[in-house]
Design a binder for this molecule. Structure first.
Ligand code: SAH
Length: 465
């Protein structure tokens, strides 16, 4: 593999990568920031561009600040800690503008300044930790251990990016407020003391598998402990110990997962203590969140994101709104007081059940939710049955919308479309098609994930016929 020395990193590219230009060739470099001078080993090399990994920092950018977390560099969680938050926002805003301006002939309104988070740490309401029979050892630890390979040790934390079987044994995490760290360390310390086994993802052996923690802005705290098999003696002992040590836990569940993968969507969590769910609020709306429910992970910023959607929707109280990719119905419910009716569509049936329950909980009687792939559900008969949308909200996953759906939206012709996206690249692609009949009139990026490169972007499209 080719190595380049003393490479001056000049710009931020996208998706967390910075770039350098050498002899007309663009080199994308992960982990570097503009202003760094680095040695790079090329991991991919094409005619006009290449990708590389930093092998040595010759000098550091004056932009850099000291990371606040000891796990920085290894953990995939807050990879942008080395940049001051205002600078992260500058780069995110630029990424939105770059993605949209490469749309060529499309006329764009001015992109509004990104709405940053007030809480740039401890902003996540949900974290999922993994127990592993092999915690990651740093190179210094390996060197200190000498020539013999030390025996694997258990750990509890996040997967090391790209290493499926190793976790970082987290000492602290700045993503979630207390009692999150306390819960994790209490469980880990007790488990180690009692000699409980941590799951081995290669051998598929071991007892403890995952620890899911939700800390809500309402003060409610939910823990779901996932175990490979049921132990009727040690399970209750561990959970009783946790409840005694962390009185803030309002509900504790456990889930038995004998499968080879970590997903719990097809498993039945059992309530050990409390109600079995927590309640989160967005403005005055209440949302019931169970162990398998989806909910935006940054509650305060979700509120601001949805406020932008509400503003762009421009409702007067009579409109029929469609909420595509509605998840647990939160956007539709948030907008419902000013809508004539709400029609939500989502592929996960359990999410639709949550949406229906959330609508009831908030006294929303004019919302209906449908399960299915939006591309299949949203045909002419569906729109005929539920009414032409005055405002259509779409919030697809990273892949964006299926082209067939975009074509359908062009046919249906809702006067307003509000497109919420977590991936501006696919959003830009879809907007290019929508441009045929729509004008982009407002663009508002929102930062839901400080210290990461992720961006949410809201675009208002108005029908021009
Ligand atoms: N609007 C919601 C959720 C957005 S996340 C909120 O703000 O909370 C995107 C959602 O799209 C997920 O719930 C996912 O399950 C759903 N989804 C993904 N592909 C889909 C498809 N083809 N049809 C319907 N829903 C889909």
């Amino acid at each position: 593999m080719k190595t380049l020395e003393q490479v001056a990193v000049t710009d931020y590219a996208a998706e967390g990568k910075a770039l350098a230009r050498i002899d007309g060739k663009v080199i994308f470099i992960e982990g570097a920031v503009p202003g760094d001078v680095v040695d790079v080993v090329l991991t991919k090399s094409k005619k006009d561009w290449a990708e590389g990994r930093v092998t040595a920092f010759r000098s550091l950018s004056p932009e850099r600040v000291d990371p606040f977390c000891p796990h920085f560099g290894l953990c995939g969680g807050c990879k942008w800690q080395m940049l001051p938050y205002p600078q992260q926002l500058v780069y995110k805003e630029r990424e939105v503008i770059q993605n949209l301006t490469r749309l060529g002939k499309i006329t764009l309104p001015e992109v509004r300044p990104i709405i940053g988070g007030e809480d740039t740490r401890y902003y996540r309401n949900k974290l999922e930790f993994t127990f592993s029979s092999r915690r990651y050892r740093t190179q210094e630890e390996m060197r200190a251990a000498g020539p013999d390979m030390p025996a694997p040790e258990p750990g509890l934390g996040f997967h090391v990016p790209k290493l499926f079987d190793k976790v970082i044994d987290l000492k602290e995490c700045h993503l979630q407020a207390e009692p999150s760290d306390l819960i994790r360390s209490t469980v880990r310390d007790f488990a180690l003391r009692e000699g409980y086994t941590f799951y081995d993802i290669r051998q598929h052996t071991g007892w403890l598998r995952n620890l899911v923690v939700r800390v809500c802005t309402t003060g409610e705290v939910m823990v779901n402990l996932v175990m490979g098999y049921e132990d009727r003696v040690e399970g209750p002992r561990l959970m009783d110990h946790l409840l005694a040590q962390v009185p803030g836990i309002t509900t504790l569940l456990y889930t038995i997962n004998p499968k080879w993968n970590d997903s719990i969507h097809d498993l039945e969590p059992k309530t050990y203590y409390g109600k079995g769910f927590v309640t989160e609020t967005l403005e005055d709306f209440r949302f019931k969140i169970g162990p398998k429910s989806f909910f935006q992970t940054n509650t305060r910023q979700a509120e601001r994101l949805y406020s932008v959607v509400r503003e762009f929707a421009g409702l007067t109280g009579t409109e029929t709104i469609y909420d595509l990719y509605c998840g647990t119905g939160s956007i539709g419910i948030f907008l419902s007081p000013k809508a004539g009716r709400v029609v939500g569509v989502e592929v996960i049936e359990a999410a639709i059940r949550d949406a229906e329950e959330n609508a009831r909980l908030n006294g929303v009687e004019h919302a209906r939710f449908f399960t299915g792939d939006v591309t299949e559900v949203c045909d002419d008969a569906f729109f005929a049955a539920h009414g032409r949308p005055d405002v259509l909200i779409t919030d697809p996953p990273r892949a964006g919308m299926h082209e067939q759906l975009v074509r359908k939206l062009l046919e249906i012709g809702a006067p307003r479309v509000v497109y919420v996206s977590c991936n501006v690249a696919t959003q830009a692609r879809d907007l290019q098609l929508l441009d045929e009949r729509y004008r982009i009139t407002r663009v508002q990026p929102v930062d839901l994930f400080p210290h990461t490169h992720h961006i949410e972007n809201v675009v208002l499209l108005e029908w021009r016929g």
